[in-house]
Design a protein around this ligand. Sequence first.
Ligand code: GAF
Length: 405
Amino acid sequence: SGQAASVLGTATHNVPARAAAAFARIHGRPPTGVWSAPGRVNLIGEHTDYNDGFVLPFALPYRIAVAASPRADGRLAVTTVGDDGRPQQAEPVAIADLAPRSVEGWAAYPSGVAWVLHNEGFSGGADLVIAGDVPAGAGLSSSHALQCATALALLGLAGVELDEPDAPSRATVARWVQRSENDYVGVPTGLLDQTASLSCVADHVLFLDVRSGEMEQVPFDASSAGLAVLVIDTKAKHSHSDSGYRERRAGCERAADLLGLRALRDIDESGLDDALARLPEELRPLVRHVVTENTRVERTVEHLRAGRIADIGDLLTASHTSMRDDYRISCLELDVAVDTALTAGALGARMTGGGFGGSAIALVAATEVESVGKQVLAAFAERGLTTPGLFTAAPSPGAGRDNFS
Ligand code: GAF
């Protein structure tokens, strides 16, 4: 009998080449260049970024690529190409006329980036053709991958390549992308996702202190420890995710205000009980999550610096419990994914990203990935839930310019 088929999906890999080929098909000439940016998972450190705290993401082997050439008429013309190769073109817009929310739907992301870069002095029209394999709507930052790749493409057309002398730093580009998301698209997200897409490197998780901007690349080689990170895309997307995010962020800011602090980052665990006692009851769970989550990130980093990957499992699971019970951003699908993975032998598991749906991660012995995956599929099927997507992911390169021939 042959080997059973894997339950795991894989990246399509040739995303930059696909974008270049689609560009040539659509515009009848090759693009000037192709730039791409990855999606991410956050290993731990959730809803800490807008509290000036700590996050620990790594880049996925799934990317969005933007093939681009300049246009003389100052317009931005964006086409996306689906898996079936079918192009979908947005109405070309004059970049100088862009204003917050002037473009909606998926094209808001590239337009918002063009709007910010125009304000930063990088103007010039562009034809963009976009291809990608980051699962959409899965909480894996496909929209940030699109925004970061667009930023690099528009900068590249203006003759600016990251990491070259006089180029803006990756951290600066992350702030521009955040401004596009906050002020143009209109979503009050923090700095986790853009920074991950731009600044992560292969084989490491990125330890970012959002307040200081300090970054440390921490080695994360699960496979040589006999482990793997299994990503479970639950396919669940709950309608209250936008308002739920806003409410929690506002609650954190109100709590910091009431305590006379710049941000919840300023509370450490030894001062937690005192802080909680000074707050109205409804804000306490939010604060407890943020403060304990920052500590869990620091503990995780200590383990990883010492090469003790297997020891982070309990911290991952404690993070999930805190998000489920205190921050209240989990949902049935995420809890089924996490609980099933743990029962099936995962060392730790948690939802990753904003919550209210999206994806979970599980730290699993490499030899048990298939069996854990199968048990997750069975648990979803038993409850009549949509079949989740499963894949393993190792830390992959961040955003950059691609060779696409
Ligand atoms: C979303 C946001 F975009 C991030 O900024 C971060 O707040 C995350 O949710 C939660 O950690 O991905």
